[in-house]
Design a protein around this ligand. Sequence first.
Ligand code: F6R
Length: 516
Amino acid sequence: MSSNQDGFDSLARQDYNIKISLKLIFMNIIIINSYRELSEKAANIFLNQLALKPNSVFGLATGSTPLGMYAEIVKRAREYTYDFARVITFNLDEYIGLDDNHSQSYRYFMQQNFFTQVNIRPKNIFIPAGKTKNLTKYCAWYERHINQNPIDLQILGIGQNGHIGFNEPGSALDSITRAVNLSPSTIEANARFFNNQSEAPRQAVTVGVSTILKAKKIVMLASGRNKSKAVRQMIEGKLNANCPASWLQLHPDATVVLDKAAASLLKNKTISSVKNGGSEIQILNERVTPRGKRILVVSPHHDDSAVSSGATLAALAANNKITIAVMSAGFHAAIDALSRAQKIKTREREALAESRILNSKIIFNYRQFYEHGQKFWRQDLRQLDKLWRRVKPDIIILPERRDEHPTHALSAALVLDYLKQAKIKNIELWFYEGLWSQHFLENINLIFGFDKKLLALKNKAIGAHRSQTARLPLIGASQALAQFRALTLPEQRFVTFGARPPRLADFVEAYYREKL
Ligand code: F6R
């Protein structure tokens, strides 16, 4: 066979593969190790939606599966400034016949596990009523209300019989909100929560399959071996009313998050787990920042804090205490016609101006490695202890150890060596990127998105380092990097095949976060 023919042959084979796996590619399948990771991932997707759109409409599920997700959302809502004031929620379903405050009603579940723990407004919460005089009229009202407030993100679980919401086997693609009889297997599965089987409700109100499919984005969670059969039918089975979850194959932006046990019967695990299987990116912006933290910024030179994370720092300063530690005296940088002492003075004046703009404190923490190589490493390490006691940081923002600029790499190494030696735990490290060294795309797991207004402030902070902007295009270059990240990250890290990339922000500062 000629090489030409060979090439053609493999192309044809590829084409064929694409055709038979198209259905799989539509659903973004994420398989992860544990229920905890599944919950963290789901919470992150939920909170990113909120960060990008404060008035998001969420479709919510109850049951044991999303419990971990709600707990994680609540935890993060305490640590960060997520605001639920404009959020609207629609729950999928409710048992017929139970009072709102019955301990097994879905309303009670939602109140206990979520709504009372965040600042959502009661008037924005919709859960089907389990007791109502005119069910038909009520269901039509619920359906209409969802249609008027289209759901941005729908969270789903799956029943062992393949149900979604309470759309039991047999539920049609065009079904809408209605009262349904629960199947014997569902009654049995749920009986564990009631005193005896006869107390377990036999009917429910549920939104329909078509109602669910109207959501812009769907995230389905499944955990445990007892879901593996239904999961296989949902993903690899035929589109079929007998497994209502299989209708999700028709949705252009459905993500299925599975733990290994739930994924165990899938034939095609490799194709399905490729996309976004790694670390999830958390999106921060001016509205969503950590709160109440002490933050130490390691700035190898006087201007690195502003160049690498100026926008992040400006926003973080509103809710946190920021200290910037400059690690080198910075006299190597060419500044014409000045003595060494004058250069240092000039750079310090500029750094002080920056810290006023960014609303943070600055410490000149010059380390000897800058002057003498690593000769004084031990001494430098010992002195870091003083800085540590002074700042007692919860978060350190610093360059990477593999940063290509030697002063940056040594600054990072010094701090990391100190943390190791002092056995410091329970802190977060946010590694920034800069003009001399950028992150590998797959390592980025935290981003700060910002707009023109914050860009102007960042540029002002960089501009304070006049001795440096006079010799280097720092403002233009850092803006270009921030724009490049804003442009490329959405498509490369957030997009499911066929889905529209989320609009993150005009500018992005990107980090790699590690927890110690
Ligand atoms: C709950 C719901 C149901 C559950 C499903 C799985 O609002 O609509 O479809 O998602 O029954 O329940 P768990 O998670 O308890 O296994």
